[in-house]
Design a protein. Structure first.
Length: 226
């Protein structure tokens, strides 16, 4: 999943601290795959798992800590760079709670956007984490984010969207390369679970994501299951 949504630094920190306020932010959730490879596949039931009561800071800081502790192999880049929220997420498998809650977080970012034009969030699969080219027809969902609401769209020229996401995609693969090197050098014979600080590097996550309401300051939630 990837997103680039223009917003000020103040808007970014406001977004991090504000709950998504319910599923109604995305007005046509069941239409998630319409127009793409899974055209006609409904997404009604899966949205019941999404959590609109937590803040983006809570959601993303917990995901980052899970990667650092070895509890997850997922990847998470969340930055404020060049006047925009930039994010690049990688999940092993279609984990409905994680995917749909992340989409809800990006939909809620519309309230803090600095530009009136709608922005595009991509969710795709089966690519090894790489962005597809703009004219690809694979398993894809496209979320259009406005200031007051977001909706899945069945048609969208993705040329500018994909080009704008290339820098954060590059950072994602920089992180994956570093993690791979760390895992190769880990003393697996010690019996200790792999742990890393790389996902907390400011090159990959804005320090504000890990402040205050982060995993360090609150009880861990019970795991979510599809």
């Amino acid at each position: 999943m990837a997103a680039r949504i223009p917003m000020s630094r103040e808007g970014f920190e406001g977004w991090l601290s504000t709950p998504a306020r319910g599923l109604s932010r995305i007005v046509n959730r069941a239409d998630m795959f319409d127009g793409w490879l899974w055209n006609g596949s409904r997404a009604d039931r899966e949205w019941d798992l999404a959590d609109g009561e937590i803040t983006p800071r809570e959601f993303f800081s917990e995901a980052i800590e899970d990667t650092c502790s070895g509890a997850s192999q997922d990847g998470c880049i969340v930055l404020h760079r060049d006047g925009a929220l930039e994010a690049y997420l990688f999940h092993f498998g279609y984990k409905e709670w994680s995917v749909h809650t992340a989409l809800l977080m990006f939909a809620a970012a519309g309230e803090f956007k600095s530009e009136a034009a709608e922005d595009t969030v991509l969710f795709w699969a089966e690519t090894g984490g790489s962005l597809w080219p703009p004219d690809a027809t694979g398993w894809l969902a496209v979320l259009s984010v406005g200031k007051s609401e977001a909706r899945f769209v069945s048609e969208r020229d993705l040329t500018e969207t994909v080009a704008g996401l290339r820098p954060v995609e590059s950072r994602f693969f920089d992180m994956i390369e570093r993690l791979g090197e760390e895992e190769e050098s880990w003393d697996w014979e010690s019996g200790r679970d792999f742990q890393t600080d790389t996902p907390r590097d400011p090159a990959f996550v804005d320090p504000a994501v890990l402040e205050e309401e982060s995993w360090r300051d609150r009880p861990r939630r019970a795991p979510r299951h599809a």
